[in-house]
Design a protein around this ligand. Structure first.
Ligand code: 1CP
Length: 319
């Protein structure tokens, strides 16, 4: 679940005095933070504490995570020269990825039987941050670039695919037993743009783990029109945000693809009977798919009462 840890007091305590990306690159701290929601909520899997921009940082990109904002680049990547400079940084090596591998290995040891999900950002979402220079609403500059200069766009997204693919691969080799590719902002694309300008790079990112025995979940928000295209880049499970009921998502996917999702994060703050009815509805609709990973339809709001999350996990286990 996106940035799930932020709602936990023990997370906020662990992070005091440590910048976000420094926390991600401290194997013992990253491992401890990964375990916190598992201990508290008794969920069936852990998601590694890291961020989609960690591999950019390790590749040498000037990026920080600014509190209350998100990833911010030292300078935006807009031109062919900017992309050439990125490519000059060279491939992301296993040596550079060592803090990630060490953090995963420590976590897998401590988790015992509970599986760890590794993850990475999809090339479009990473490119959206790189081209915009930080978070943006409509990802206009990225969407302009893919049409204005398709060769530069392709070079950029291929580079991002290889960097993010190396990050994903390192996590699996260190013991993660499933993977998730987050294309959080793909919902700003038309199906035609997604298919022509984004899907090839996402397929390339996933190809980095194609020879490994792990299931691949592919998630985006606002992607109701893109679900089949997102599966077809090589995903085993499609993550659905809270906008589309899972029975309808299953219909759009032809009834053959396991789904993940899609409790509406807004309802975490609603009275319990309202939330309970919603969770039961999500589980019922998901049961028509060939498999269902119960999850939120996007991230946990930081102000969420953690006891509510524990109660949701309990309810799902009961059902
Ligand atoms: O739940 C977890 O803690 C798991 C680890 C995790 C994951 C899976 C973090 C830690 N980030 C992510 C993925 C991530 N990061 C995504 C994809 C999923 C999604 O849609 O949320 C995206 C888009 C980011 C980028 C990012 N990092 C944002 C969003 C900014 C925007 O454009 O709106 C933010 C706020 C961050 C910072 C971040 N990453 C993670 C945490 C715990 C935080 C908060 C930082 C803090 O506590 O200081």
């Amino acid at each position: 679940m996106r940035q799930a840890g932020r709602s936990l007091p023990e997370y906020r305590a662990a992070r005091v005095g440590t910048a976000m990306l420094d926390a991600c690159l401290d194997p013992a701290l990253a491992s401890e933070i990964t375990l916190q929601p598992v201990r508290r909520h008794d969920v069936d899997a852990a998601i590694f504490f890291s961020d989609i921009v960690v591999p950019l940082k390790l590749a040498g990109v000037d990026v920080e995570i600014t509190p209350g904002v998100g990833p911010v680049m030292g300078s935006a990547v807009r031109t062919a020269d900017d992309v050439a400079r990125l490519r000059d940084l060279g491939p992301l090596t296993p040596e550079a990825l060592q803090p990630v591998s060490d953090g995963v290995a420590l976590t897998v040891d401590a988790l015992g039987e509970t599986p760890l999900i590794g993850f990475a950002g999809a090339p479009f979402t990473l490119a959206a941050y790189l081209v915009e220079g930080g978070p943006s609403r409509d990802h206009l500059a990225a969407r302009t670039l893919m049409h204005a200069d398709p060769a530069t766009w392709t070079a950029l997204t291929q580079w991002a695919a290889d960097v993010t693919g190396a990050f994903l691969r390192a996590q699996v080799l260190a013991g993660a037993s499933a993977t998730q590719l987050f294309d959080s902002w793909a919902g700003s694309l038309s199906l035609a743009d997604y298919t022509a300008h984004v899907a090839p790079a996402s397929a390339r990112a996933l190809s980095h783990v194609a020879d490994l025995d792990v299931k691949k979940v592919h998630f985006g928000t606002g992607t109701s029109e893109l679900l089949a295209a997102m599966r077809d880049v090589g995903a085993d499970v499609v993550g659905v945000d809270y906008r589309l009921p899972l029975d309808e998502a299953n219909r759009r996917l032809g009834g053959t693809t396991p789904l993940q999702g899609n409790i509406d994060p807004a309802l975490l703050a609603a009275p319990w009977p309202v939330l309970e009815a919603h969770v039961r509805d999500v589980v019922a609709r998901g049961s028509v798919a060939p498999g269902h990973v119960v999850n939120l339809g996007h991230g946990v709001p930081p102000e969420t009462d953690p006891t509510v999350l524990t109660r949701v996990a309990q309810l799902v286990h009961e059902i």
